[in-house]
Design a protein around this ligand. Structure first.
Ligand code: ATP
Ligand code: ZN
Length: 889
């Protein structure tokens, strides 16, 4: 395999890179952080997709920061075909997570696989190694220097076995092993089945089925014979029973006929007796009827005599005439009665009028009487109030006399209010005056007292001046005069006031009298009014009474007239009554005759009916006599028949016959029971035979199955031993391959070791069949690899990997890898190496190139390596954009 071209978009520090790979040794150089390792990572991820990302990293770390889309396209050549593996990624800036959007593989520009897992599988099959194996031999990552050396024995074994394709043999062996256990399980199962079947067959044999079946068949034959015998017997008995039964039935039938005849005879005799009884009663009735006919004929003759008729008269016509007479008489009565009714009505009306008039009269008398009483009452009332009036007059006279004595005549009394006003005014005036004088008097008395006091002391209390002979002394005299005058005035005023008050009191007294007089006069006025009213009312009453007296006269006259009318009506009524009586008598006579005529018609009719009945009875008697004769004949006939049947039955003994029938029936039942029992036994036998036959069939089937299972067991055992030997073979093969490869690896390892290693502390390395790696010192002391120094470990690791790479590429491990190994990739292989070993590394690289390794890709700063390279990639990073670029030199 050879890398041809790498196209990269937005991977780590690259934004857009396209670089061609050439054969030979290519050294990638540049300053720290310029993007060298990123280039190798891009190739690795280009092949294995996201599985190629180092642990501790995620896909998003691979995508250049700030970019959403990224892609790697690695073109390579393998076994003469042009391939391109393309991986496309997308980074979600919001979640910060990246994912593979597409992963596909092209051959000669055509897409052959278009799905991530399939692309991965295809690359893995092409290279015959997964990403793990690739790292273990092809791509020596920076820092992974001593992975193989330090690995645990078991891991190393797995890693190397995987590379050498020995791992698959183990897989096959596992499969064979599980096949072996599977077959083993089948064998056990089959064996168990065989055992079950054998046991079942044995169980069937133990019952000795054939012998038992023969025995049962013999028994069955005998049983069938017995049943046949019983059936013959049963049929014979049945026939006999049938015959006897018929015989008995015949007997019973005849007996029944005889009984029937007996019943017929006694019925007929009963009927005969009844007929005779009826005959007797009919004869008696005939006699009775004959007597009645004779009586009726007598009565008819009597009536004929009464009416003067004979048999030839048409009685109906006669009766019709009498009926008309009777109606006329009745008519006459009712006419008279009508007339009488009218008269009665007239009288009644008059009486009613009389009663009414009498009532009116007494009502009038009552009213007149009542009014007179009222009039008297009022006259008395008038007298009383007149007396009251004169009492009042006296009282008024006395009151006026009183007033006169007080000086009040009628004129003054009428002006009392004006006088009172004048007096009250005067009184008020006097009061005002009195008050004024009294005030002045008080003032003067006070001044006078002061001045008198001063004069008594003799000097002014303020200035001490002598007061005798001063104005004060003069004033005092004056003042005393004034006081006297005022006191006199006051006395007069008091007298005046007293007088005025007395006058007012008198006036008030007179006022009271006047009021009383006025009241009494008012009363008198009311009395006059009342008297007038009473008088006019009495006049009215008097007038009415006069009118009513006139009416009374009229009523009395009318009563006399009505009483006369009544008397006349009653006489007439009596007269009519006499006529009614005569007419009624006449009518009754005619009515009696009519009834007799009707009775005649009735009994003449009865007579005819009776004669016809009598004839009827005679015919009935003759009929009955005929019937009795007929019954006698029937009885005789039946008796004859009965005699004949009794003769027929005479010899049979029915009881004996019935007993025999019963015995046969019992015997029949017993036979039936026996047959049933035998049949039951037969069914049992058949069932058992059936069971035995089923068992025999089952045995046959089991025997056939057993044969099949025996064959299967044999076959399974053979398969098992095959699988066991296969498992064995895979194990051996793996051991062989391992020994062979390990021998080769051990040889190459020591060869490269002695080529590479310049110091002489160690003599050789040993890789044993368990992949145990041991380093030997010059004196033969073995050392574990972990005891080596860092640089030594780097050298041994490099040596081990180159050995594996050589083993694979030279086709020693089965030939699959010959000349098809991917480019050998080394990231900073010189880091732990001293100058001498760097030199040896150069020589190792030359050796590998000479050996035919097509491409070797080395990241290094080492000038020597750069100088000896076939191609140099100078990696640079633009410090302003942080974008890496490569210049191929
Ligand atoms: N996802 C990324 N986006 C952008 N830049 C990145 C990303 N990942 C890594 N880088 C940058 O890519 C640069 C190259 O890293 P790389 O490991 O390839 O350097 P180098 O050349 O191998 O350096 P050294 O000689 O130290 O090994 C680093 O400086 C780093 O900052
Ligand atoms: Zn003084």
């Amino acid at each position: 395999m050879r890398f041809k071209r790498l196209k990269v978009k937005n991977i780590r520090s690259y934004s857009d890179l396209e670089i061609d790979f050439n054969d030979g040794v290519t050294v990638v150089s540049g300053v720290n952080g310029s993007g060298k390792s990123s280039l190798l990572e891009a190739c690795f991820v280009g092949l294995f997709g996201h599985r190629g990302i180092p642990k501790d990293f995620v896909l998003a770390d691979l995508v250049r920061k700030g970019c959403e889309e990224a892609a790697i396209n690695l073109e390579f050549e393998h076994k003469g075909q042009e391939y391109a593996a393309i991986q496309e990624f997308r980074n979600n800036p919001e979640t910060g997570k990246a994912s593979t959007t597409r992963s596909y593989l092209e051959i000669d520009g055509e897409v052959v696989v278009n799905q991530a897992t399939q692309t991965y599988e295809s690359i893995r099959n092409l290279l015959r190694m997964d990403e793990e194996a690739y790292k273990n031999c092809v791509y020596i990552r920076q820092g992974d220097i001593d992975v193989l050396i330090n690995a645990r024995k078991k891991d190393r074994q797995r890693m190397i076995d995987d590379l050498l394709q020995i791992g698959r043999l183990e897989e096959y062996r596992e499969r064979a092993k599980s096949a072996r256990t599977g077959v083993g399980r089948h064998i056990t199962e089959t064996h168990a089945r065989i055992k079950d079947q054998q046991e079942e067959i044995e169980a069937i044999d133990a019952t000795k089925p054939v012998a038992r079946k023969n025995q049962l068949n013999t028994d069955l034959k005998q049983l069938q014979q017995e049943v046949a015998n019983l059936e013959t017997m049963r049929d014979r008995t049945s026939t006999r029973i049938e015959k006897d039964r018929q015989h008995i039935e015949q007997y019973t039938r005849t007996q029944k006929q005889i009984d029937e005849l007996d019943r017929g005879i006694s019925g007929l005799e009963k009927r005969k007796k009844e007929a005779l009884t009826s005959l007797e009663s009919k004869r008696k009735e005939g006699d009775r009827l004959h007597k009645s006919i004779l009586e009726i004929e007598n009565k008819i003759q009597e009536l004929y005599d009464y009416f003067g008729l004979d048999e030839t008269t048409d009685v109906d016509n006669f009766t019709a005439r009498t009926e008309k007479e009777e109606r006329d008489a009745y008519e006459k009565i009712s006419q008279i009665k009508n007339k009488q009714g009218l008269k009665l009505q007239e009288r009644e009306n008059s009486q009613k009028g009389l009663t009414e008039t009498k009532q009116n009269l007494s009502a009038l008398e009552e009213a007149i009487k009542k009014r007179s009483t009222q009039e008297k009452g009022r006259l008395k009332e008038i007298e009383e109030i007149n007396q009251e009036y004169s009492v009042l007059e006296d009282e008024i006279g006395k009151l006026l006399e009183n007033a006169q004595s007080m000086g009040f005549d009628q004129g003054k009394l009428d002006n009392l209010e004006e006088l009172e006003d004048l007096l009250l005014n005067k009184q008020r005036h006097l009061h005002g005056k009195e008050k004024e004088v009294r005030t002045r008097l008080d003032q003067i008395s006070k001044t006078l007292t002061e001045h008198r006091n001063l004069l008594e002391k003799g000097a002014c209390p303020t200035c001490g001046q002598d007061l005798q002979g001063s104005t004060i002394a003069n004033d005092t005299k004056e003042e005393e005069l004034q006081r006297k005058e005022l006191e006199e005035q006051l006395g007069k005023l008091t007298q005046d006031t007293q007088r005025a008050e007395e006058k007012i009191a008198t006036l008030k007294e007179a006022g009271k009298i006047k009021k009383q007089v006025d009241e009494k006069r008012q009363k008198q006025l009311l009395i006059n009014q009342k008297q007038e009213n009473l008088t006019s009312y009495n006049e009215e009453l008097k007038k009415q009474n006069q009118e009513d007296e006139k009416k009374k006269q009229e009523f009395s006259e009318r009563i006399g007239k009505i009483e006369k009318d009544i008397k006349r009506a009653e006489d007439e009524i009596k007269e009519i009554q006499q006529t009614v009586n005569t007419a009624t008598e006449h009518h009754n006579k005619i009515k009696e005759n009519l009834e007799s005529a009707k009775y005649l018609i009735k009994i003449r009719h009865d007579h005819t009916q009776m004669q016809s009945d009598h004839q009827h009875l005679k015919t009935g008697i003759a009929d009955i006599q005929e019937n009795v004769r007929f019954i006698d004949e029937q009885i005789a006939e039946k008796k004859r028949n009965k005699k004949q049947l009794e003769n027929e039955l005479g010899k049979e003994n029915i009881e004996k016959l019935e007993k025999k029938l019963h015995e046969f029936q019992q015997a029949y039942q017993k036979i039936i029971g026996d047959i049933e029992e035998k049949n039951k036994q037969k069914t049992g036998l058949l069932k058992e035979i059936g069971q035995i036959e089923t068992n025999l069939k089952r045995k046959k089937a089991l025997q056939e199955k057993l044969k099949v299972f025996n064959n299967r067991e044999k076959y399974l055992k053979a398969v098992k031993s095959d699988v066991e030997s296969l498992e064995d073979m895979y194990m051996r093969l793996r051991a062989d391959l391992r020994t062979r490869n390990i021998d080769a690896l051990d040889r190459l390892l020591n060869e490269i070791f002695s080529f590479m290693y310049t110091n002489n502390a160690y003599s050789h390395i040993q890789l044993d069949t368990d992949y145990e790696l041991t380093i030997y010192e010059k004196d033969g002391t073995p050392l574990e690899p972990k005891l080596l120094s860092g640089g030594e470990r780097a050298i041994f690791n490099l040596v081990l990997r180159c050995a594996i790479y050589r083993l694979l590429s030279e086709g020693l491990a089965g030939g699959e890898y010959r000349n098809e190994m991917p480019p050998l990739i080394m990231d900073e292989p010189t880091v732990f190496l001293d100058r001498g070993h760097v030199h040896q590394l150069l020589k190792l690289i030359d050796l590998m190139r000479d050996m035919g390794v097509g491409q070797i890709l080395i990241v290094s700063h080492d000038e020597t390596l750069i100088d000896s390279a076939d191609n140099v990639f100078e990696v640079q990073k633009d410090p302003t954009t942080n974008i890496s670029s490569i210049i191929a030199q």
